[in-house]
Design a protein around this ligand. Sequence first.
Ligand code: MIG
Length: 760
Amino acid sequence: MDLEILGKAESIKKTKHGLVIQTKEATARIWVYSNNIIRVNVSKAFNANDHSFAVIQQPAGDFEFSESNDEVTIITTGMRLGIAKNPLRFNFYTVNGHALSEDDERFGINWQGNRVINYRKLYPDEKFIGLGEKTGNLNKRGASFVNWNTDAAMHDTKTDPLYKTIPFFVGIHDRLTYGLFFDNTHKSYFDFGATTDDQMTWFGADGGDMNYYFFGTQGIAKIIEDYTWLTGRMEMPPLWSLGYQQCRWSYMNAKEVLKVAENFRKYNIPADVIYCDIDYMDGFKIFTWNSQTFPDPKALIDKLKEMNFRLITIVDPGIKIEKGYPQYDEGVKKGYFATYPNGENYTGEVWPGRCHFPDFFREDVREWWGKSFAALTQPGVEGFWNDMNEPAAWGQNIPWLVKFGEKFMPEVRNAYGMQMARATYDGVRKIMGNKRPFVLTRAAYAGTQRYSAVWTGDNSAFDEHMLMGQRMVSSLGICGMSFAGVDIGGFSYNPSPELIVRWNSLGVYTPMFRNHAQQGTIMREPWRWGKKNMAIIKKDIELRYRLLPYIYSAFYHSCLTGLPVSRALAIDYTNDKKVYDESYHNQFLFGDSILVAPVESTKLKAKVYLPKGAWYRFSTGEKFNGGKTITVDAPLTDLPVFIKAGAIIPMQNVVQSTNDKGDGILALHTWNGVEPSIFNYYEDDGTTYDYQNKVYYKRQIIFDPVRRSISFSDVEGSFTSRFSQVKLMLHGFSDSSKNGETERRQVLYKFGNAAFKLTF
Ligand code: MIG
């Protein structure tokens, strides 16, 4: 196999949005998407229809162009791309000329057969974050990864690849930041200095084009904003999906499902969601119900609704080969399945037995799939869990010659799960009208946030999985997937009571808060762990519900900007080395001002790194100065959680579900600080799309520490808040009191719609 390295530019042509450069080996195309985003595509066989599963924008940026003997330069207001002509190399700079990322001069872009790789310079202090759901450290320097969506059951803390492909990362060096998204769905590779003696970083794929988007803006939050501008953002999820979710493989029959719901209510443990895993189906046939164990789904769901519970059901892609099963008959008749090259339907084996696999890359197939959800929506299901969509089949390896339309499996495998999620989302959206569905998927490609929430698959009931899960959630957030979760408690194996308690405490601060477990493991519901543990679990779930006004506002912000709800500290404290340190890389900010330090269930003291500024322990009000490491108590009743000085956190009194109207009192918690702070408060009906027509309740809440005031702006939007009154909860103000003591103002103020100001 030859090695071909991209050589000399033979011709350069300016186009409307960029350049086309011809070399002997390939054609390079450059497009300016925005001031901060430039796309480079280097191809031997550029496909004129230029399709991307991820990107939803078109080139639209203004740029200036200049040419010298050895270089072509593209300059925007946000960045500069210097293109060396001989050999052709791509080097990105800030507008002030600081190098952000440069090709390795020797090897640049090259091919070995169809495999295309880009070797780039590695800077001495360079760090890498992102890539979504990957094992290992938050900082991926010195590690290498493969993207090849895989049903990674029983994975450990080193397994790679896992279920998702999100080929986007952020590089940080010399106090500069950049982002790079390699938009290629073939099996792909990222090496952050692992195999190159720290000389180079490289990425590439087994086929397709060298096709990447470079993000040159400064600041990780802004890069995420640009990346999610390019690949899309989530919509507002239904409020109920932010409540506590109880899952299991499987609650075996309607009675058992009801019993679980009844127990939550009996013990007064708030919850919103119960799941049906695969056993609700008739012989694992998708879009069916088992008539013995779930004889009357509508009656079941009606009863659940009376108890303020929603039901989510699982669907897998594999359609059972069985005459008379409508999905099979229709799929065969219309040719909706993946095939062998001779046109026969590909057959693989999975839960239902021998199956065919829908070709979700086709619009008509997606529509057909989407319509089938009527079997679930008619009785009242509102959430749709997409599993096994890597796609998984027993034996894992779907042969390389299997075709989805014109494409062979290797080219599109990494996008299959995303297209299933898309078909599911589009379908249920059509059926449910103005009601927000909840979609959850295991496999994903970049951009899946437009359709679905994600979870990290089959983790295990060990402390290191709990910590790794948090890093995955943080890394998914860097890649635009804000609505992410893990199986709280661990899917495989049995957790100790300490671990379930600790993991549940962390779940409070996980965007999706779902407890799930494998068949055959011990039952996991909160009341299975003895009275003492149940009390801790209950208190934590109650805290989640109390925090919902804050969390919901954070989700709204995430919908607007792409900034994740759960944020690696690297986003806000990029140049602080400590946040990449393995001792602290599990820590994160939940929303703007809650810092969470995950701690193993076996450790009752913890070392926590507090970044610059002042912080208050959430549970005790104790004040700490940041920029240093502290050692704190971490009993199982009190995960180390800290509030940023100046924070405004709106909370409500405990409700048993998000359907529960509550007492109408919003408790506005404020922690003293030295600088003014703003909280963007957001509320809407939580269930419909009316918010897209301004049926929301939005206002700014501003804390001024000098004037000792909190002011509320006028309300924007036409929604009436669920809260009629607001009360102040002041932390760390009274000079005579000990640090951080809470002052409760017994006075209730009208929340209303008009601007007002409270001084204290
Ligand atoms: O082959 O539906 O990751 O959450 O409970 C296992 C049964 C299939 C894998 C999912 C897991 C789910 C399980 N599924």
